[in-house]
Design a protein around this ligand. Sequence first.
Ligand SMILES: Nc1ncnc2c1ncn2[C@@H]1O[C@H](COP(=O)(O)OP(=O)(O)OP(=O)(O)O)[C@@H](O)[C@H]1O
Length: 598
Amino acid sequence: MCVHGLYTPSSKEGQSATVAKVADDEGNTEVPNVQLKEKSVIGFDPPRKPSARHRLKIWISTRHNGITGRYGNKSAEHANIGWPDWLVNVAPEAVQGWQPLQVDSFEKLSKIGQGTYSSVYKARDLRTGKVVALKKVRFVSTDPESVRFMSREISVLRKLNHPNVIKLEGIVTSSVSQNLYLVFEYMEHDLVGLAATPGLKFTEPQVKCLFQQILSGLDHCHSNGVLHRDMKGSNLLIDSNGVLKIADFGLATFYDPGTQQPLTSRVATLWYRPPELLLGATRYSVGVDMWSTGCIFAELLAGKPIMPGRTEVEQIHKIFKLCGSPSEEYWQNLEVPPTGVIKPRCQYKRCIAENFKDLPPSALGLIDNLLALEPETRGTAALTLQSDFFRTEPLACSPSSLPKCPPSKEYDARLRLEEARRERKAESVRPGIENTRKNRSAYGPINSKRLAHTKTKFKKVNLNPEDDPSTLATQVQPLGFDSTWNNKGGNNYTDNGEVPARKYRSARVANSIVSRTEGGPDMLQPESTDMRNGMPASHNRSTGAKVPMVKYKGKKSKIHYSGLLIKPDGNLDVVLREHERNIQEAVRQTRLDKSREL
Ligand SMILES: Nc1ncnc2c1ncn2[C@@H]1O[C@H](COP(=O)(O)OP(=O)(O)OP(=O)(O)O)[C@@H](O)[C@H]1O
């Protein structure tokens, strides 16, 4: 009998270890009649301090049933089954019962995704030949909060097991590694990429098929006490058989509907964030995912995002414009007092029916339900699956009859846009060609989408005239976090007390805040900090910014440098450096022109 425990060369005799696995002499891991308790005690034979070079026999006995496991002449170093200390010391439960996979048993094929906290690669498992996705997660291994945050994704994924939820197949790391890769089944598409396929428009049966799968996966999450909190098209992956799986549980959390523990409101990507989170709620439930799902559903039918706000202020304004201004009762029931809330000056009428008048009534009814301002009236995933929409002809098609397209990801679309941008830029540096607004608009929705993940360091934010923040009462203050907010006893909570809100904000959320702050919507935001790596947000994420237009006129050529373009993937420092270079180049060009004239 051997007992694999999560102990390391630095383990001391008499210490407790978490037992990961028991195997009999043939290596069978299912050993009958063995019930291991979580902790067991480490001992060495002969008793002494373990050293990496010393050959020691190690024994482990569980405290409760005294089962012992012996390793023949193995060193303590080998006895460690390979998890790094920074992981097992902080979150042993995340890897309990698993063994790490070796990085050299995978061959990286190509990069297929870039998230806020990760890079995703297509790879081949050399042992099985199977193509998988390797998600390299970004975190700081020396920062326990960062490790704990990252390992929550693993714990959540391991709890879930459903055809419409992405399956975590393993973890690649080693006892000496600072990196960690999550191994997933490989999925060809994500919903954003698929929907952007030229010429593709989903039919009603196809929308039903996709939406049914989303709801089934979500129902599984919710009934297992998991809130996803970042439902959006790029987190819905689709394989070559049309099977959709909910992915990216980086912001997910366990929740208990009975206790309603306080959770952070800094979750969900801006366009899909429900009003209660924008208004700072910390006690929420499945309603947050139902709202996001409603936005995705309407987007599938409308063919474009329905509320693409660029700032939290703009987002809540768009919500009220579509869903109607909240009642007085709504404001009164808010967790956070109304003084901390932006109220629209004018009363908006709910206009979902007019906005989506071309949709079938059963779809309209669903959107109306899911986009209810009151979270309790949005229903559940299970209830929504029972709705008329799925029972009305035409019925959902089967996943296998979804359109067959070449692999498509939001990442691919972004690469294509970037390529186009590079080409345009090459064009525009030629004298006489202006870098115009028209050029800029080519970033289209991707650019705006990245903005949903970004924050700006700059003061002014140009909103659409129709979304002018001056139409919002400014008696109020921020939505979400900032220093005053927290000082007022507002949204200071963290998930399960794990992550201090000020220190480890969700980047996806922190970054989305552009204009909300102490002095009203136009002030600077404090630098946000990345939840997983503890660095300022702008260090490793895309940062969108606009600065005033700078014009440099030479006599012969007229060059306009139109301030910073909002870059889909640029980090602010890079953007600023590039901008600086452009200015210097323009100055140099002007001097050159002048000297030629003399
Ligand atoms: N199993 C998979 N198969 C294929 N592609 C995947 C897989 N998992 C993730 N991807 C791709 O990588 C992208 C980023 O992955 P993921 O969303 O999990 O990372 P993230 O860092 O949490 O991202 P984000 O900041 O966008 O939420 C996805 O949008 C998807 O295109």
